[in-house]
Each structure stands twice: as C-alpha cells, then as structure tokens.
Ligand binder design. Structure first.
Ligand SMILES: [Zn+2]
Length: 307
C-alpha cells in the first residue's frame, strides 16, 4: 500500500499544471489537522478513523489564498486569455469587493455561500478534485462534493504542514513566475507578511535631503510618512532607493498607485544624492517603474499625480 509520503512525493515529481488549482487544493488540505471552530468546522465530520470533508471547507481556503493574488498583487493565475474560475467569481460576486485582507472565518459565512457553491460546482469538483487523485491519491471521493481522508493522512499533513506549505508555494511560484513579471512571488504567497519600515537613520536622511518637504507636493512639514514610490504590493520590499517622505494627504491619496513620470525623474535625481547599494542604477529604477506600470498598475490606467 502506498503511503501518503510516497503520494506527496509522486505529486511533486510528476505534476503537470495548467493552472494553480492542484497545489492550491493540496494547500487547503494542510489545514485539516488544526482549523479553528469558526473556520469551516461544520463541513468536517470525524468518525474516529476518518474525516469526511465537504468541499466548502476547501472552497473557503481556495478563496482565501486566491483573494490577495487577485486584489492585492494582481497576479495572473493562468497563461493566455483564459481566466481561472476563482478570478471570474471575484468579479461576479460583489461580496468580494473588500479592500482589506479577509479571514477564513469570514469566507466561511453564509453570505459567501453562493460564491462557494459556484466555485465548487464549476471549478473544484469538475476539474481539480478528480484530477488530483491521479497525481496524489490521498483521499476518496464519496457523496457529491464530499471526500473521505484518513486521520493518519491528516496527521501527516499536520506534522509536515510547514515543509509542505513551502514546497507547494514553491510549485505555485514557479508556475506563476512563468507569466507574471512580479518581484518576490514566493513572499507574496506566504500568508502573513509584515511590511517593514525604513530604518530611522535612512528615514531622517530622506527627509533631510528633501529639505523637510513632501516629495510630491513640496509642502514643508515636520512629520512625514515614508511612501513606497513604486507600490509595496508590487515591489514587496522596503528599500531606501524607493522610499520618499510624503505628507499625509499625498500619502493617502497615492495609496498603491504608480506616480507619473515627472516623479520618476525626481526620484532618480534624489537617488543620485544618496549612497545606495551596488545593485541600484538609474536604468534599474526606470525598468522597475515600467514593469510595475505594465504588470501591476495597468497599462491603460491613469497614473497618479498630486492634486
Ligand atoms: Zn504632499
């Protein structure tokens, strides 16, 4: 009999991916050993030896993982013009139009039921649920939209959760990296990522070089936010070359948008006055800005300028 260990190994050796669905599905199962009460427990029955799991449990997590990829990081999930179903659902159902990160508990609520049902019916059940068994036979399909997984397998998934999550994220990164020009995709796939602040000395130096004026509107001030010139959600790193002092008004109005070329020129001039790491150059800055415009901001979207 084949063990779950061998099955997982088989998955990583042979997976043929046309979308992110397979590793995403497996990633959702890593939660089976230690989910919280309100995070979909109603869809998991324990008979002592096995868990019987309704696909709603998977759908909640699927949505949870795909939501930031779509809304926050704007990463395509598939080659070409085809859009994966989860993205279509985000556009179709108004409930998803939320700015901040949404929890698994929230996506387990009734108001998401229609969206979950559509994802299950037209996406998970039709394609990945059955197909995945060929690559990785760790559960049995039972009633419609339900599967059985042994508690031994669940224990294995729980005990190896961190390694498996990293390995699955690696598969996802490789796949997404083939058609997304976006920095640090592995970092973007991690669930929790804190936005680091610029250190105090560098912040003070930036303010001093700007002569205590807002980088965008030139207003003099005493307190500034450190703005990510190329949006954090694209660059996903806090580097001195990309940080500028901004007044509250400019900072909140710019948010995660990309600024007009005038400011690109200004930041390049500003950066000439700073001591930066050897990796920095004017052409590097220009290409980061241009890549962000095409791959994150949107080629046809108007760029941000201060009022
Ligand atoms: Zn300003």
């Amino acid at each position: 009999m084949s063990t779950i260990r061998n099955e997982m190994e088989r998955f990583f050796q042979k997976t043929n991916m046309v979308s992110t669905y397979k590793p995403m599905f497996l990633k959702t199962l890593l939660d089976l050993g230690d989910f919280k009460e309100n995070e979909g427990s109603q869809w998991v029955q324990d008979d002592g030896k096995n868990l019987e799991v309704n696909l709603n449990f998977v759908a909640v997590r699927f949505i949870y993982y795909c939501h930031p990829l779509f809304f926050k990081f704007k990463l395509k999930q598939q080659f070409g013009i085809m859009t994966v179903l989860s993205y279509k659902i985000f556009e179709e159902f108004d409930v998803f139009n939320v700015k901040n990160k949404v929890s698994k508990a929230e996506f387990s609520k009734d108001k998401y039921q229609d969206a979950r049902t559509r994802l299950i019916k037209d996406g998970l059940d039709k394609t990945v649920f059955k197909l995945l068994l060929k690559d990785c036979n760790i559960y049995t399909r039972t009633k419609p939209y339900t599967f059985i997984i042994s508690k031994d397998n669940v224990t294995y998934l729980k005990e190896h959760k961190n390694q498996l999550r990293k390995a699955l994220n690696h598969e996802l990164s490789l796949f997404l990296g083939r058609f997304n020009n976006s920095p640090d995709i592995p970092g973007k796939l991690e669930e929790v990522q804190k936005r680091p602040s610029l250190n105090t000395a560098d912040s003070l130096e930036n303010v001093r070089i700007a002569e205590s004026r807002c980088f965008y509107c030139n207003e003099e001030g005493t307190k500034f936010a450190q703005d990510h010139f190329i949006p954090w959600n694209y660059l996903y790193t806090t580097e001195k070359y990309n940080m500028v002092p901004a007044c509250t008004s400019c900072n909140s109005s710019k948010h995660d948008k990309l600024a007009i070329p005038k400011f690109l020129k200004l930041i390049i001039d500003r950066n000439n006055k700073l001591e930066l790491s050897p990796g920095y150059s004017e052409s590097f800055m220009k290409s980061q800005w241009e890549n962000c415009r095409i791959n994150y901001h949107g080629e046809n979207e108007p760029l941000w300028k201060n009022a």
